[in-house]
Design a binder for this molecule. Structure first.
Ligand code: TRP
Ligand code: SF4
Length: 418
């Protein structure tokens, strides 16, 4: 089968962020940051780098209007530090007023990774403990146990065919149906808050590897609408895709100046936001989904301690929340750094923090104070600190962090009943 450019199920990919942005239309996050009232550290530090349609979310945060925040985890192993970023993004958005949703993608883990349902359940609960330990509030569910989700997936499946799946994921004749089913279930996950609660902007924070799912979902969300609304030269055009006639009439009644034709209406002198809102309400009343096209943010991956991606399939690359202290220390101490070959060379020329898995571990999670992080960076590039010492300090931070976090996870585990 043709190899897609981004494969969500591959564990060894290095992605060229700039190229992806240019090719797939992901936009850099920096211009949008100024629209937020409070800039989270993961945007300040360049961890979250890109987005699709984040502006409606920034707007909702500023104006305190409803929005949803959803992400998902495939329970194919213990959660580890590599999962923490996206969890923090969710918690931050909930604190900014978003309705939080977490999906445990057990269907995907079972279909794609062959995990037993028991294991999915066990790992899934661990992910939920992490989220609650971070202060998550909102709804959580396992895909396999959510019937409304599965109905929505079936409905969404009417809007996608195999040639699209081939184009996006490289699926071929040998792809099993459950794999395809897990894809459409993820589409349904992303749309679920708008069905469960109300249509509203929804943001899905993900790593870049998940963008194919985002693209597919955005297309399907659009196809599932009864109407398309387009701003044209001096007027707004509303086209019915599959709306009942009475819904078109309701729009005409809401905008008496509108010109109604066969299957479409043109409205002059109206505000697009006002038209969108009214059309959405009418669509809902007529039994439609009235989806907002979901938005997304993209974060870079924290590299694994062995370089490359943090992946459960390479145990030395990850630090899981269930790791004994001694192993944590050992892994950190043998992590790949941006240090020089010799002490002399490092003293004179300094290390390269941007290539150092431990610096990035500090940048992502271990050092919350910006000034302290800047100091580590300065000492590294100036050759003032040697890697051995720096690693030890990092190991202490990680151990302390995990101890505290594990306690919170254990306390949170009581909240979870599945
Ligand atoms: N596919 C995601 C992963 O591999 C998990 C996932 C399922 C997800 N549903 C989602 C992510 C919805 C974001 C939104 O981790
Ligand atoms: Fe990494 Fe620290 Fe070595 Fe710099 S001094 S390369 S930050 S381990």
């Amino acid at each position: 089968m043709p190899e897609p450019q981004i494969n969500p199920w591959s564990s060894n990919q290095s992605v060229d962020v700039e190229k992806l942005f240019a090719e797939f239309g992901i936009e850099p996050i920096s211009p949008v940051i100024s629209e937020l009232t409070e800039v989270p550290y993961f945007m300040r530090r360049g961890i979250v780098v890109g987005h699709r349609d984040y502006r409606p979310i920034a707007w909702a945060i500023r104006n305190k209007t409803p929005f949803h925040i959803l992400t998902g985890f495939m329970p194919s192993g213990h959660p580890h530090l590599g999962h923490l970023m996206v969890m923090k993004e969710v918690v931050w958005h909930v604190q900014q007023g978003g309705n939080g949703y977490i999906t445990i993608a057990d269907r995907e883990a079972h279909a794609v990774r062959g995990l037993s349902w028991e294991k999915c359940n066990e790992y899934g609960k661990e992910y939920l403990s992490c989220l609650y330990a971070l202060g998550f509030e909102g709804q959580t569910y396992f895909q396999s146990k959510n019937n409304r989700l599965k109905d929505l997936a079936f409905e969404a499946a009417t809007k996608v065919n195999f040639s699209e799946l081939t184009a996006i994921y490289g699926f071929g004749a040998d792809t099993d149906l459950a794999h395809a089913d897990s894809v459409i279930t993820q589409v349904a996950d992303i749309l679920y808050p708008q069905v469960d609660r109300e249509p509203a902007p929804t943001v899905v924070p993900v790593g870049i590897d998940q963008d194919p799912h985002i693209r597919l979902t955005r297309g399907i969300a659009h196809k599932m609408r009864m109407f398309t609304i387009e701003e044209r030269d001096g007027y707004i055009s509303i086209r019915s895709k599959n709306a009942p006639e009475h819904a078109l009439n309701a729009i005409k009644a809401a905008f008496p100046h509108a010109k109604k034709y066969e299957g479409h209406l043109d409205i002059k002198g109206a505000q697009c936001s006002d038209v969108s809102e009214k059309v959405r309400r009418i669509e809902r009343e007529a039994g439609g989904f009235a989806f907002f096209t979901p938005s997304s943010t993209y974060h870079i991956f924290m590299p694994g301690l062995t370089g490359g991606k943090m992946s459960s399939s390479i145990p030395e690359s990850i630090i899981s929340f269930y790791e004994p202290e001694a192993t944590v220390r050992k892994k950190v101490m043998s992590g790949i750094t941006g240090g020089k070959m010799t002490r002399e060379e490092q003293k004179c020329c300094g290390g390269e923090p941007d290539k150092c898995s431990l610096y990035l571990l500090n940048l992502f999670h271990m050092v919350t104070d910006d000034a302290e992080l800047a100091e580590i960076r300065r000492k590294c590039v100036s050759g003032e600190i040697m890697c051995g010492h720096c690693k030890k300090e990092t190991a202490e931070r990680v151990v302390a962090f995990l101890k505290d976090f594990k306690e919170k996870m254990d306390a949170a585990a009581e909240k979870i009943e599945v």
